[in-house]
Design a protein around this ligand. Structure first.
Ligand code: GTP
Ligand code: MG
Length: 196
């Protein structure tokens, strides 16, 4: 697919307000500040498509983008942001779980993690939910440019090794929105999920 033609469709305050459950949807999830919006911008080659920020918790709405008719990308609000009240955090966690379990058109989950702090509890929870729903998962270790090449490779192998215990379809790759590391692999994976 040509990801450069991706356009903004709509924002929703919560899962219930998303457009109808049709076509094929791929969601981008991760902790606040992990680099979800930056990754979407890089993949689509459009700097201003998804709003990025140095302040964690910038994306508070669910944003939907269309690559081509029936092929949608979802930018989910980040989880685990320290300054959000506990009650709201729990509510959002529940909503995420429900979305992963109930959304029929969801065909793949991309979980983004800062390569320096991968596989926090909530990241693992997301992967568990996805596997439970038989959803394939692509884990991107983001901001890979922040590590030297040797350390980066070592970290990749370590996360790959530890994620074998998940048992489901979980692929781990390096990624950098800044340097374009892993870009081709992500696009190829999205292509297979979107199907012919
Ligand atoms: P929320 O919407 O708050 O959940 O954050 P997000 O996951 O969408 O993160 P966002 O893309 O807004 O990026 C957060 C910060 O990380 C910004 O300051 C980005 O410039 C920076 N960043 C994102 N990707 C990379 C990367 O690959 N390399 C480097 N060095 N910085 C990055
Ligand atoms: Mg964002």
């Amino acid at each position: 697919l040509n990801y450069r033609n991706t356009g903004f469709i709509t924002s929703a305050p919560d899962i219930r307000h998303l457009p109808q459950d049709t076509g094929v949807e791929i969601a981008f999830a991760g902790r606040s500040n992990a680099g979800k919006s930056s990754a979407l911008n890089r993949i689509t080659d459009q700097k201003g498509l998804a709003r990025t920020s140095k302040t964690p918790g910038r994306t508070q709405l669910i944003n939907m983008f269309e690559v081509t008719t029936g092929c949608n990308l979802i930018d989910l609000p980040g989880y685990g942001f320290a300054q959000v009240p506990l009650e709201l955090k729990i509510k959002w966690q529940k909503a995420l779980g429900e979305y992963l379990q109930k959304r029929e058109c969801l065909k793949g989950l991309v979980v983004l993690m800062d390569i320096r702090h991968p596989m926090k509890d909530l990241d693992q929870q997301m992967i568990f939910w996805a596997i439970e729903s038989r959803l394939p998962v692509l884990v991107l270790l983001t901001k890979a440019d922040k590590m030297k090449s040797g350390a980066r490779k070592a970290q990749l192998l370590k996360v790959r090794e530890s994620s074998k215990s998940f048992g489901g379809d979980v692929q781990i790759e390096l990624f950098s929105s800044l340097k374009g590391i892993g870009l081709d692999q992500v696009r190829r994976k999205l292509d297979t999920w979107f199907g012919p």
